[in-house]
Design a protein around this ligand. Structure first.
Ligand code: FAD
Length: 317
């Protein structure tokens, strides 16, 4: 009984979360005494999976599946589950993978736990620690179905190298037209080079920046750190930044290793989406700003003075 891992990819390359999910699966496989099979979509070089504990990869090469279609991808994954006799499916907890998790849960009659933050507490019965209450707490949840699905929270488990002898196998299940009821005809990418979901570091700014013309220093700081840029809700509502950068309860969740909040007050709805980040640094002129209570490090100061100084110092390294 193998474990099946769905690996996310973009432009033919694995995303970081694909390797994190593989690392997680390897850990579970060791406890279960089994091996990890991965499923990749339109990735020509799969060798990276062999560095993170995957024994076999089923390679799907299909022109129609070059862009993400939740129903079609779920059908292919379900076919792979049947072929491999897998009883555990592991994927990430990105927005796309959460769609898949929900669909697969119905198709495979499987219990599904998204937002897992660590390897299972136990594998028999399967109990998994996951984020709960908008990331303000944790729940230890048992899955009782024969087939099980776990969604791993981004950056929660980390990348753990385990060299394996990776076998590659072509996998070409038939796709059905009904799985392509909607189709993206054009995709305009609004985020920068590093996406929020995959980022180790996120530099985020709020209304304290006064206007969109002041984002140059935020982008420069992100550039120096190799970080993704993000913003608070009012900033995207006012059109200062794209909606793709809005983080928080009603925006994208952030689970980065470092989250730098600049000119953001720390309203509860903002904190709900970013509290899973490991280290939070706050820069704010107001020492009473609520974000300081949630911060690991804080600088009471004017962003227009602190940020350029920070950039200068970082450039010295
Ligand atoms: P403000 O609250 O105006 O804070 C600006 C901060 O900048 C202040 O703390 C100020 O001291 C500081 N500042 C000013 N000048 C400077 C300077 N020169 N240097 C440094 N600091 C400075 N918000 C989200 O972000 N994400 C969500 O997902 C979200 N969902 C919501 C859902 C609901 C249902 C509701 C009702 C609200 C939601 N909000 C969300 C909005 C949230 O309540 C806050 O209004 C919002 O987060 C405030 O954004 P802000 O911190 O950028 O602005």
């Amino acid at each position: 009984m193998s474990i099946l891992v769905y690996t996310e990819a973009e432009n033919g390359k694995f995303k970081k979360n694909a390797l994190e999910v593989a690392s997680y699966a390897h850990k579970v496989a060791q406890e279960m005494g089994t091996e990890v099979t991965a499923l990749s979509f339109n990735v020509s070089d799969n060798s990276a999976l062999g560095n993170y504990g995957v024994s076999k990869v089923l390679k799907v090469e299909n022109e129609q599946l070059k862009t993400f279609h939740a129903k079609a991808y779920a059908s292919v994954i379900a076919e792979a589950v049947k072929k491999e006799g897998a009883k555990l499916v592991i994927l990430s907890s990105s927005t796309d993978s959460k769609y898949l998790g929900g669909l697969l849960s119905g198709m495979l009659k499987a219990g599904y736990i998204p937002n897992a933050v660590s390897a299972p507490d136990s594998v028999e019965p399967m109990v998994v620690k996951r984020m709960a209450f908008s990331n303000k707490g944790f729940a230890h949840t048992e899955i009782n179905t024969e087939t099980k699905i776990i969604g791993v929270s981004n950056n929660a488990f980390g990348l753990i190298e385990n060299a394996t002898d990776l076998q590659e196998e072509a996998f070409s299940p038939a796709t059905e037209e009904k799985d392509f009821a909607t189709k993206s005809v054009n995709v305009d990418k609004v985020a920068g080079e590093v996406t929020i979901a995959d980022a180790d570091i996120v530099v985020s700014a709020g209304r304290g920046l006064k206007g969109p013309e002041n984002w140059g220093m935020i982008e420069e700081l992100a550039d120096v750190l190799g970080a993704a840029t993000a913003c608070s809700k009012p900033v995207s509502d006012m059109g200062w930044r794209s909606h793709g950068e809005h983080v928080g309860q009603t925006g994208k969740p952030v689970a980065s290793n470092l989250y730098i909040a600049i000119g953001i007050s720390g309203a509860i709805q903002h904190l709900a989406g970013v509290s899973a980040s490991k280290v939070k640094v706050v820069i704010n002129t107001d020492p009473e700003a609520p974000f300081f209570k949630a911060a690991d490090y804080g600088i009471v100061g004017d962003a227009f003075e602190v940020v350029p100084e920070l950039i200068e110092k970082l450039k010295e390294f």
